[in-house]
Design a protein. Structure first.
Length: 206
Protein backbone atom coordinates (compact mmCIF):
# COMPACT_ATOMS: atom_id res chain seq x y z
CA UNK A 1 0.00 0.00 0.00
CA UNK A 2 1.19 3.53 -0.69
CA UNK A 3 -0.07 7.08 -0.60
CA UNK A 4 1.04 10.17 -2.45
CA UNK A 5 0.01 13.58 -1.17
CA UNK A 6 -1.63 15.39 -4.08
CA UNK A 7 -3.62 18.17 -2.39
CA UNK A 8 -4.00 20.27 0.75
CA UNK A 9 -5.77 17.46 2.55
CA UNK A 10 -5.79 14.77 -0.09
CA UNK A 11 -3.91 11.74 -1.32
CA UNK A 12 -3.75 9.21 -4.10
CA UNK A 13 -3.99 5.86 -2.31
CA UNK A 14 -2.93 2.60 -3.97
CA UNK A 15 -3.94 -0.72 -2.39
CA UNK A 16 -3.14 -3.94 -4.29
CA UNK A 17 -2.97 -2.08 -7.59
CA UNK A 18 -6.30 -0.28 -7.19
CA UNK A 19 -6.21 3.51 -6.91
CA UNK A 20 -8.36 5.84 -4.82
CA UNK A 21 -8.10 9.62 -5.08
CA UNK A 22 -9.30 11.00 -1.75
CA UNK A 23 -9.96 14.80 -1.57
CA UNK A 24 -7.08 14.62 -4.01
CA UNK A 25 -7.50 17.69 -6.22
CA UNK A 26 -8.24 21.13 -4.79
CA UNK A 27 -7.80 24.83 -5.42
CA UNK A 28 -6.00 27.25 -3.12
CA UNK A 29 -7.78 28.48 0.01
CA UNK A 30 -5.29 30.69 1.83
CA UNK A 31 -3.14 29.66 3.71
CA UNK A 32 -3.63 26.09 2.46
CA UNK A 33 -1.94 24.55 -0.58
CA UNK A 34 -3.60 23.82 -3.88
CA UNK A 35 -2.84 20.79 -6.04
CA UNK A 36 0.27 21.75 -8.06
CA UNK A 37 -0.30 21.87 -11.82
CA UNK A 38 2.14 19.03 -12.61
CA UNK A 39 0.43 16.70 -10.13
CA UNK A 40 -2.98 17.60 -11.51
CA UNK A 41 -1.77 16.82 -15.03
CA UNK A 42 -0.35 13.47 -13.93
CA UNK A 43 -3.70 12.55 -12.38
CA UNK A 44 -5.61 13.65 -15.49
CA UNK A 45 -3.31 11.64 -17.75
CA UNK A 46 -3.94 8.47 -15.80
CA UNK A 47 -7.26 8.76 -14.00
CA UNK A 48 -7.57 6.82 -10.73
CA UNK A 49 -10.01 3.90 -10.46
CA UNK A 50 -12.02 5.74 -7.81
CA UNK A 51 -12.43 9.44 -6.99
CA UNK A 52 -13.91 10.36 -3.62
CA UNK A 53 -14.58 13.64 -1.83
CA UNK A 54 -15.46 13.89 1.88
CA UNK A 55 -17.19 17.26 1.42
CA UNK A 56 -17.46 20.19 -0.94
CA UNK A 57 -15.17 22.80 0.63
CA UNK A 58 -12.75 24.29 -1.90
CA UNK A 59 -9.65 23.17 0.02
CA UNK A 60 -10.83 19.55 -0.45
CA UNK A 61 -12.72 19.59 -3.73
CA UNK A 62 -12.48 20.82 -7.31
CA UNK A 63 -15.75 20.89 -9.20
CA UNK A 64 -14.23 21.22 -12.68
CA UNK A 65 -11.93 18.25 -12.05
CA UNK A 66 -14.84 16.12 -10.78
CA UNK A 67 -16.96 16.95 -13.85
CA UNK A 68 -14.13 16.16 -16.26
CA UNK A 69 -13.45 12.86 -14.49
CA UNK A 70 -17.07 11.79 -14.86
CA UNK A 71 -17.27 12.86 -18.51
CA UNK A 72 -14.02 11.21 -19.54
CA UNK A 73 -14.22 7.97 -17.54
CA UNK A 74 -18.02 7.54 -17.38
CA UNK A 75 -17.52 6.72 -13.70
CA UNK A 76 -19.22 8.61 -10.88
CA UNK A 77 -17.37 10.63 -8.31
CA UNK A 78 -18.25 9.52 -4.79
CA UNK A 79 -19.32 12.45 -2.62
CA UNK A 80 -20.71 13.09 0.87
CA UNK A 81 -24.38 12.57 -0.02
CA UNK A 82 -25.15 9.58 2.14
CA UNK A 83 -24.02 6.58 4.13
CA UNK A 84 -23.30 3.53 1.97
CA UNK A 85 -21.14 0.53 1.36
CA UNK A 86 -19.88 0.04 -2.18
CA UNK A 87 -17.83 -2.65 -3.77
CA UNK A 88 -15.30 -1.84 -6.45
CA UNK A 89 -12.58 -3.97 -7.95
CA UNK A 90 -12.22 -6.23 -4.92
CA UNK A 91 -12.32 -3.32 -2.51
CA UNK A 92 -15.01 -2.18 -0.14
CA UNK A 93 -15.74 1.52 0.37
CA UNK A 94 -17.73 2.47 3.44
CA UNK A 95 -18.91 6.05 3.71
CA UNK A 96 -19.57 7.19 7.27
CA UNK A 97 -21.29 10.53 8.02
CA UNK A 98 -19.00 12.30 10.50
CA UNK A 99 -19.10 15.80 11.92
CA UNK A 100 -16.96 18.44 10.23
CA UNK A 101 -14.57 20.30 12.51
CA UNK A 102 -15.98 23.32 14.34
CA UNK A 103 -19.60 24.20 14.85
CA UNK A 104 -20.52 22.99 11.41
CA UNK A 105 -23.40 20.93 10.09
CA UNK A 106 -21.88 21.04 6.59
CA UNK A 107 -22.45 17.60 4.95
CA UNK A 108 -19.30 15.57 5.54
CA UNK A 109 -18.34 11.90 5.47
CA UNK A 110 -15.24 9.89 6.21
CA UNK A 111 -14.26 6.90 4.08
CA UNK A 112 -13.15 3.43 5.09
CA UNK A 113 -11.33 1.70 2.23
CA UNK A 114 -10.81 -2.02 2.73
CA UNK A 115 -8.93 -4.48 0.61
CA UNK A 116 -6.14 -6.69 1.97
CA UNK A 117 -5.37 -3.66 4.13
CA UNK A 118 -7.56 -0.87 5.34
CA UNK A 119 -7.46 2.89 5.53
CA UNK A 120 -9.66 5.40 7.29
CA UNK A 121 -9.65 8.71 5.43
CA UNK A 122 -11.20 11.26 7.77
CA UNK A 123 -11.35 14.47 5.65
CA UNK A 124 -12.02 17.53 7.82
CA UNK A 125 -13.41 15.48 10.67
CA UNK A 126 -13.91 16.86 14.15
CA UNK A 127 -11.52 15.10 16.55
CA UNK A 128 -14.54 14.27 18.72
CA UNK A 129 -16.17 12.27 15.91
CA UNK A 130 -13.34 9.72 15.93
CA UNK A 131 -14.97 8.10 18.97
CA UNK A 132 -18.13 7.50 16.93
CA UNK A 133 -16.14 5.20 14.63
CA UNK A 134 -15.35 2.73 17.39
CA UNK A 135 -17.67 0.03 15.99
CA UNK A 136 -15.62 -0.29 12.82
CA UNK A 137 -12.65 -2.61 12.67
CA UNK A 138 -9.49 -0.61 13.34
CA UNK A 139 -7.50 0.44 10.26
CA UNK A 140 -3.91 -0.14 9.24
CA UNK A 141 -3.58 3.52 8.26
CA UNK A 142 -5.52 6.47 9.69
CA UNK A 143 -5.43 9.76 7.76
CA UNK A 144 -6.48 12.87 9.71
CA UNK A 145 -6.34 16.67 9.45
CA UNK A 146 -3.83 18.55 11.62
CA UNK A 147 -6.61 19.62 13.99
CA UNK A 148 -6.72 16.01 15.21
CA UNK A 149 -3.12 16.19 16.45
CA UNK A 150 -2.56 19.77 17.64
CA UNK A 151 -3.19 19.14 21.34
CA UNK A 152 -1.92 16.34 23.54
CA UNK A 153 -5.45 15.16 24.27
CA UNK A 154 -6.35 15.00 20.57
CA UNK A 155 -3.19 12.98 19.88
CA UNK A 156 -4.32 10.58 22.60
CA UNK A 157 -7.75 10.21 20.93
CA UNK A 158 -6.18 9.62 17.54
CA UNK A 159 -3.82 6.97 18.91
CA UNK A 160 -6.75 5.28 20.69
CA UNK A 161 -8.15 4.32 17.25
CA UNK A 162 -5.36 1.74 17.15
CA UNK A 163 -4.00 2.27 13.63
CA UNK A 164 -0.45 1.11 12.90
CA UNK A 165 0.29 4.35 11.08
CA UNK A 166 -1.19 7.85 11.29
CA UNK A 167 -0.84 10.34 8.43
CA UNK A 168 -1.48 14.04 9.01
CA UNK A 169 -2.69 16.36 6.24
CA UNK A 170 -3.99 19.93 5.85
CA UNK A 171 -1.01 21.83 7.27
CA UNK A 172 -0.27 25.03 5.32
CA UNK A 173 3.04 25.99 3.77
CA UNK A 174 5.40 26.96 6.58
CA UNK A 175 5.87 30.52 5.25
CA UNK A 176 2.13 31.12 5.39
CA UNK A 177 1.63 29.58 8.82
CA UNK A 178 0.58 32.71 10.71
CA UNK A 179 -1.39 30.71 13.29
CA UNK A 180 1.68 28.60 14.16
CA UNK A 181 -0.12 25.35 13.36
CA UNK A 182 3.17 23.60 12.59
CA UNK A 183 4.57 24.49 16.02
CA UNK A 184 1.54 23.06 17.80
CA UNK A 185 1.51 19.85 15.76
CA UNK A 186 5.27 19.26 15.97
CA UNK A 187 5.27 19.84 19.71
CA UNK A 188 2.48 17.30 20.24
CA UNK A 189 3.88 14.64 17.89
CA UNK A 190 7.67 14.94 18.34
CA UNK A 191 7.98 11.64 20.22
CA UNK A 192 5.55 9.73 18.02
CA UNK A 193 7.25 7.30 15.64
CA UNK A 194 4.09 6.28 13.80
CA UNK A 195 2.81 9.73 12.86
CA UNK A 196 3.86 11.05 9.44
CA UNK A 197 3.32 14.45 7.82
CA UNK A 198 3.93 14.11 4.06
CA UNK A 199 5.13 17.06 1.98
CA UNK A 200 3.16 17.91 -1.16
CA UNK A 201 3.98 15.25 -3.76
CA UNK A 202 5.66 12.95 -1.24
CA UNK A 203 5.04 9.21 -1.48
CA UNK A 204 4.87 7.04 1.65
CA UNK A 205 4.90 3.25 1.36
CA UNK A 206 3.55 1.06 4.13
ZN1 LIG B 1 -13.90 21.64 5.32
Amino acid sequence: MKIKRTANAGVLLTISGETFLLDGVCGEVYPYMKTPQHIREEIEKNYPDNVLFTHYHDDHYDKAFAKDYELKTLRSVIGPESQFVKGTNGAQIISVPTRHIGKSDFPHVSFIIKKEESVWFMGDVSALALKEMKNYEKPDVLIVPYACVNTLSSVKNVKAVGAKTIVVLHLPEREKDEYKLWDAVEKCTENEENIFIPEMGEIIKF
